[in-house]
Design a binder for this molecule. Structure first.
Ligand code: ADP
Ligand code: MG
Ligand code: MG
Length: 898
């Protein structure tokens, strides 16, 4: 087994297809090296070694790789013509983490490794640059101390000991920036850093470069199981056994003076998807400085610099910082970089996010990856790449992350409301969207309010969880490539960064702009598309969908073979879903129609009636209301099929439980309060979900089924007179035996025939059933003899297959997920292994007696991409989901085919 893969000097052992083994970073470093991009030479220790380490521990693992690593270091030495640990001509290296998927900032990296008291002197002599050598040394001790020796602060109340020492010195010397330290300052810092390491760890800082290297490799492996990485993995559902690779690479130095620097760039705009090269850089700095938002970086392109200045016009100081662009300052380097970004985007056929470093006028590329982007950018970039001929239609569909489409469907600020809005400051439009919420200043307090805006000087990887909870993110410092900006775009969360006019005090928990003070809990709004920060709340409205969005949907329908329907109970929802492309309704829940104020009373009268006659009387009043509902829905669906489920919930849900409402009802019905109370008590069930509900209602009170059928058929016939086609599919819920179904079917068909006679006209309709009781799946062959269609109600099916009450699962499911007893919430993601068997069996057995049986799904799972794929594989005719999930399901349905 090969455990160490080399790259550099225009060749490599690995390539970009090997990301599972080499991690994304390692695979792309190898690929770039092979296609002639200038990458500092190095090697990758595979993710498999990480897994081995987790089993075998440190000593055994190092034994496995020691020889290979030593030889690979020798290879770097040969290419760079330097020597690791040699104090006259030293090689310094970086030790970088890199999992198969990019987890920005979640794991650890150590730079400038190989320095000690002798080597630093040699480095200074060789480069004739004392400042650079000592700056690198102090950075190294700081990073190594944090990452390998465990001296990173653990909570927000903890102070980073190294930062503290630096702040102290800055105060003493009355300076603000790291770059203002003198060589003597840096030497003092190194001395103090080593001192604090000794105090905290009880050991001297390791001076042997090899010992440093082994320590760093193990630390990177450990960072795979660090808190940040764990949380990120959980959020995205990445399994623990993927592991991280370790990339060891020759250092190139961006901190060698004014002809050196470092930066991050994107081949397209990650926020909007616009095809413009953009990015940020810092002169005389090392990698981390840009992302950490320590200094506000400058723009790479002149166009970007102009746009930035326009946005920052409210702050003259900040504007000065944005000039000059790299394009103006180092035109030759810029041209070279521009060439590489073009080459890399063509090569990878996707938007790239790159890191680069300039060492004394020479450009090096340190990383490239498919860039994280917002939902809007994803749609635009995909369609643009298709039009540019870089990808084909199938690749376009497959490159869409269905759930990210959700971002595009959410409300945006109402344009009229925006005109009246009071803009208090402006920052960079780091991630588009609209967010309104209450100010919080600490990530671990983001849950304090239902809608919070995380407001910080800058964010760091520790803040991930809070950023995920917050509705929007606002920072005073950092550019478009700062941690806050990158992470927010990845989450599709609204973010404004680098709003220099904000003065934030963590201690007082205040935000001050132009003398006005805002406190924790105050409402603000962020317009992530313009960078405007607005006082108070702003009204929102429906978003307008871009042309590219429509094009993606069209493509999806071209390749998708499964129909996508919607779950809708009202004409309004039906219309929304039609606009999103729903090809019918897979589930109209009739009970929702009864909860409207003027109807619930009649409904209660029906339930409280003691006699069939009394019940029928109330049902007569309900009939015209139901009929009107169905007319509205049929009309909205304009000839597409509509599946209507007969009354399903236990009647207990409809009766009043509060004394006041019970009194009111008693008066309205001219009966005693006691009678009402008795009836309510009578309806009480020990286990309502398994009680008197579903077709059990229709079978005990057939007059309800009768009324509902009449309303459906009359509505369809009324519309027919107006020339509108309706295709009702009447669905009997919670069937477990064939006779249960047949009893209901008889009532339905008899009623329909009666209505046909009365109208002297007919329409086509179907009578089918939901498969949601496990027994129905087992008996599907016999049920299919009578049923025209099956619709899998996977909510109830999951509930009954697991025996988890949906209403009580909140008490134990979170713990099950935490402990790994379950890997996903089965009510969210269909349990394909278990519940999926019932779905498969039900479909197969059903079709064994009725080969053309129409089969669909109408649980929450109908809009969840992996479940949609499963439904396709099972041979379903359609999936049905809530209106806002229809676009997601359409893309997922197309992806299932490809
Ligand atoms: P992350 O995955 O968190 O981005 P990286 O491994 O990419 O961590 O490294 C962090 C920073 O250090 C990046 O800006 C990167 O460009 C820089 N860096 C890493 N290796 C080197 C190197 N060999 N020479 C110069 N800079 C480096
Ligand atoms: Mg990186
Ligand atoms: Mg159900």
């Amino acid at each position: 087994r090969k455990r160490v893969f080399r790259f550099g000097s225009k060749s490599a052992d690995g390539d970009s297809t090997m990301r599972n083994l080499l991690g994304g970073k390692g695979a792309n470093l190898a690929e770039m090296s092979a296609i002639g991009i200038p990458v500092p030479p190095g090697f990758t220790i595979t993710t498999e070694v990480c897994t081995e380490y987790n089993k075998l521990g440190e000593e055994a693992t190092l034994k496995l790789i020691r020889k290979d690593v030593e030889q690979a270091i020798a290879n770097i030495e040969k290419i760079m013509d330097t020597e690791f640990g040699n104090s006259e001509n030293p090689l310094l290296i970086s030790v970088r983490s890199g999992a198969r998927v990019s987890m920005p900032g979640m794991m650890d990296t150590v730079l400038n490794l190989g320095l000690n008291d002798d080597v630093v002197k040699g480095l200074a002599a060789k480069t004739k640059n004392d400042r650079f050598a000592w700056d690198s040394y102090r950075r190294f001790i700081q990073m190594y101390g944090g990452v390998v020796l465990g001296m990173k602060p653990e909570s927000k109340d903890d102070i980073d000991p190294f930062e503290e020492i630096m702040e102290h010195l800055k105060e003493k010397r009355e300076i603000e920036l790291d770059t203002q330290f003198t060589v003597q300052d840096l030497k003092d810092l190194v001395y103090d850093f080593k001192d604090i390491v000794k105090k905290r760890t009880g050991h001297d800082f390791p001076t042997d470069p090899w010992q440093q290297l082994w320590g760093a490799i193990i630390a990177v492996f450990n960072s795979w199981n660090g808190d940040r990485a764990l949380y990120y993995r959980k959020m995205h559902g990445y399994p623990a056994d993927w592991g991280t690779a370790v990339n060891v690479q020759a250092m190139v130095y961006g901190n060698m003076g004014d002809s050196s620097g470092t930066g991050v760039c994107f081949t397209r705009d990650a926020g909007t998807g616009e095809n413009v090269f953009n990015g940020e850089y810092l002169i005389n700095a090392q990698g981390e400085d840009v992302v950490a938002g320590v200094r506000t970086p400058r723009q790479i392109t002149t166009l970007g610099s102009k746009r930035w200045a326009e946005l920052a016009k409210i702050n003259e100081n900040e504007r000065l910082v944005t000039y000059p662009s790299l394009e103006e300052l180092m035109p030759t380097i810029y041209k070279e970089l521009h060439g590489y970004q073009e080459k890399l985007e063509k090569h990878y056929r996707d938007m790239q996010d790159m890191e680069f470093t300039i060492q004394e006028g020479k450009l090096w590329i340190l990383q490239t990856r498919n860039g994280k982007r917002t939902g809007a950018a994803m749609v635009k970039i995909t369609m643009d790449l298709l039009k540019e001929g870089l990808i084909d239609e199938k690749e376009a569909i497959l490159s869409i992350e269905p759930t990210k489409l959700d971002e595009l469907l959410h409300p945006v600020f109402d344009t009229k409301a925006l005109k009246r809005a009071h803009v208090i400051a402006q920052g960079l439009p780091a991630s588009p969207g609209a967010a309104t919420g209450q100010i919080v200043f600490f990530a671990d307090e983001a849950h304090k309010f239902r809608h919070s805006i995380l407001t910080r000087i800058e964010t760091s990887p520790e803040d991930l969880e809070g950023m995920n909870i917050a509705k929007g993110i606002l920072t005073a410092r950092g550019g478009m490539t700062s941690h806050a900006a990158v992470v927010a775009r990845g989450m599709g969360k609204c973010c404004i960064s680098g709003a220099g006019a904000l003065k934030i005090s963590y201690k007082r928990r205040t935000l001050t702009v132009d003398g006005k003070v805002y406190h924790e809990g105050d409402w603000i709004s962020l317009n992530g598309s313009t960078g405007n920060i607005i006082e108070g709340k702003v009204a929102t409205s429906e978003p307008e969908l871009s042309g590219e969005f429509g094009e993606i949907m069209k493509l999806a329908d071209k390749y998708g073979t499964m129909e996508v329907r919607t779950n809708a109970d009202s004409p309004k929802d039906a219309k929304v879903a039609r606009n999103f492309g729903a090809k019918g309704i897979g589930l109209a829940r009739t009970e929702h129609m009864f909860f409207e104020v003027d109807r619930i009373k009649t409904m209660r009268e029906m339930i409280l009636a003691d006699t069939v006659k009394g019940r029928k009387h109330a049902l007569e009043d309900l009939l015209p209301m139901q009929r009107k509902d169905f007319e509205g829905i049929f009309e909205a669906m304009d000839g597409h099929p509509v599946t209507i489920r007969l009354l399903d919930p236990p009647l207990h849900e409809f009766v009043p439980h509060q004394l006041a409402t019970q009194k009111e009802l008693a008066e309205d019905m001219h009966i005693s309060l006691l009678a009402v109370k008795n009836k309510v008590a009578e309806l009480q069930e020990f286990n309502p979900m398994l009680g008197h509900r579903g077709c059990r209602l229709g079978n005990t009170y057939p007059e309800i089924t009768e009324m509902q059928t009449r309303a459906i058929i009359e509505a369809a016939l009324n519309l027919k007179e107006k020339g509108i086609v309706s295709k009702p599919e009447i669905m009997v819920p919670l069937v477990g035996t064939l006779s249960e179904f047949m009893e209901q079917e008889k009532v339905i068909r008899e009623t329909a025939n009666k209505v046909f006679e009365e109208y002297e006209d007919t329409i086509d309709y179907l009578v089918g059933t939901m498969i949601e009781v496990p027994r129905a799946a087992l008996m599907a062959d016999s049920i299919a003899e009578r049923a025209d269609f099956f619709s899998f109600g996977t909510n109830d099916l999951t509930q009954m297959a697991f025996g988890y009450s949906r209403d009580d699962a909140g008490k134990f499911l979170p713990i099950y997920l935490e402990k790994g007893i379950l890997t996903a919430d089965p009510f969210e993601v269909l349990d394909q292994k278990g519940v999926g068997q019932l779905v498969k069996m039900g479909t197969e057995r059903g079709r064994s007696t009725k080969p053309d049986l129409k089969v669909g799904i109408c649980g929450e799972h109908g809009g969840e991409p992996s479940s949609v794929e499963f439904c396709y594989a099972t041979g379903m005719n359609y999936v049905s989901c809530s209106p806002f999930r229809v676009p997601i399901a359409r893309v997922a349905a197309a992806q299932a085919v490809l």
